[in-house]
Design a protein around this ligand. Sequence first.
Ligand code: HEC
Ligand code: HEC
Ligand code: HEC
Ligand code: HEC
Ligand code: HEC
Ligand code: HEC
Ligand code: HEC
Length: 393
Amino acid sequence: MKVKYHSASKSGVRLAAVALHLLLVGAAVWAWSGPAAPQNVPKRWHPRRTPAGTEFVGDQTCAQCHKQTAAAHAGTSMANAMEPVANSKVLIDNPVMTFRSGPYTYEIRRQGDKSTYKVTDGSETVTLPVLYAFGQGKAGQTYVLEYEGAYYESLVSYYNEVKGLDFTIGAPRTVPESLQKAIGRKLSESDVNNCFGCHSTGGVVAGKLKLETMTPGIRCEACHGPGGAHAAAAQKKEPSGELIYNPRVLSGDQLAQDFCASCHRGNEEFGLLRSLELNNVRFQPYRMFHSKCYSDDRRISCTACHDPHEPIQKDMAFYDSKCAACHAPKKTAAGLKLKTAAAAAPQATAPPCKVATKDCVSCHMPKLGPPAAHFKFTDHFIRVVKPDEAYPN
Ligand code: HEC
Ligand code: HEC
Ligand code: HEC
Ligand code: HEC
Ligand code: HEC
Ligand code: HEC
Ligand code: HEC
């Protein structure tokens, strides 16, 4: 695929070219900047590969100067992708939750700023403290527990749609064979690293769980890499822009299928994700890859429609201009072509709609989901949806 760089600064193009070159020759994606710059500034930051020795300064430092960005970001689901039990809104608002499966009864109960997870078969009972609440509960929230020295994913999760508990997605729905199995899924070391890697910042360093350096949720440095050198230079009013990683240097395809996909999952995992059928609607980079709209173009990359620093836009009309960037009615497209420097960018060459002029996503990005998810995701496979079509996979 041809790589184009829009909106990237000159130095950005250089950085991206270096990063791409490293990818192509199969060398480590982690590289240090040249002799002029201080150590510790990654040329290519990969959200889920925090190398040994990385030190994060935390959002409070960023907020000293990037006040508005930090304030907006704090309210996003990503920033709250993991909640400490003490301030989990779901656990506070639902002080007692219960569920039954065969002979087993579940209860999640609030006591002060802690919550316990209790499973009983009537004769034996296990009561465990809830260690972490995963997800801020837009669709649901799952609990991580510790039992006999191992981490477990709770068998039951909270779902916003039912305002209560049901089986965790992917958990077996058959009656558990034992009380231990009824707790939930025992997590292997790599499961644990994956969970904490995708839902926290600094929780997994050099492939090892490091709870002492973890900040729950996807905070600034999860995406921008360590910001200490940048903050220190900016404080001294020295040039600081080159001392922090800005994903803006990435091409549209690198951003969607590599950067955001490191957690949201992309086409590289084609075989695995395809086998999940309707469940793969959760993996936006993967779904979008299969759309005719998709290319390396920045206008169809994740940040064209989502500002990662802002809560998601719910208003359908917001997205119309994003579609129109390519699907403009002919007259407008021609006008744009003449008037603006967008001449350097690829033209709005895609055809307009014959059916409607607004609310594009309501028809072309349908909301779908397996019943067990208790949530309808937005299918990022943009297409003409045929009545009664099988889920295109
Ligand atoms: C003391 C003030 C200060 C602090 C603290 C600070 N920044 Fe900045 N930041 C700036 C200034 C000023 C710029 C513009 C630099 C430039 O254009 O040369 C900037 C630019 C940036 C950029 C864009 C860089 C580029 O040129 O592409 C990013 C990304 C960024 N900051 C992220 C962060 C993060 C993340 C943190 C916390 C780890 C942080 N900043 C802390 C002042 C600060
Ligand atoms: C380190 C992992 C990670 C990376 C990198 C990441 N995300 Fe996320 N993102 C998450 C998690 C986890 C959630 C779910 C948060 C929740 O609901 O608890 C999420 C949720 C979202 C949401 C839904 C917000 C809502 O309110 O429903 C959007 C939109 C989003 N991410 C966009 C992006 C974009 C764009 C990028 C790339 C610039 C990106 N993400 C990179 C982990 C990540
Ligand atoms: C590959 C990265 C990745 C891994 C590994 C991962 N998650 Fe997530 N998780 C995400 C992303 C991205 C989202 C947002 C999109 C979605 O809802 O599927 C999410 C969403 C969630 C949600 C729904 C959040 C909400 O607000 O509705 C829960 C609950 C959750 N994850 C729990 C877990 C648990 C527990 C584990 C480990 C057993 C885990 N996740 C492992 C990336 C990941
Ligand atoms: C989920 C990933 C993600 C998180 C978390 C995140 N950013 Fe960013 N940030 C990005 C991306 C992607 C860009 C480049 C946007 C683009 O593609 O045009 C960016 C760009 C920026 C810029 C430069 C703006 C510009 O116009 O180039 C600043 C400053 C910045 N981020 C600050 C922050 C601060 C401060 C935080 C924490 C409060 C933060 N970011 C959290 C992904 C993230
Ligand atoms: C052309 C616009 C567009 C692009 C590009 C786009 N999205 Fe979305 N996305 C949407 C719309 C529309 C929604 C639904 C918003 C709503 O109604 O809450 C959405 C919702 C989401 C959600 C919330 C969960 C869901 O399924 O409703 C996540 C997470 C997300 N997008 C991630 C991404 C990622 C990652 C990328 C890059 C691969 C991306 N999006 C690219 C339009 C877009
Ligand atoms: C980067 C430019 C770009 C953006 C942004 C974009 N598209 Fe497209 N879209 C295309 C191209 C190119 C095609 C293929 C046209 C062709 O085959 O002639 C296409 C095809 C389509 C098709 C026909 C698909 C099919 O299966 O036949 C629909 C429907 C569509 N787009 C809707 C949308 C909607 C709705 C949005 C906004 C949510 C959008 N597009 C955003 C470039 C884009
Ligand atoms: C009420 C539902 C609906 C809305 C809203 C809608 N469309 Fe469509 N769109 C359709 C249908 C149905 C078709 C297939 C028409 C056909 O094949 O005769 C279509 C076709 C298309 C095509 C393929 C055109 C071609 O000639 O191949 C594109 C591109 C497209 N729509 C883009 C958009 C954009 C952009 C918007 C927002 C301005 C939008 N649509 C709003 C229902 C809708």
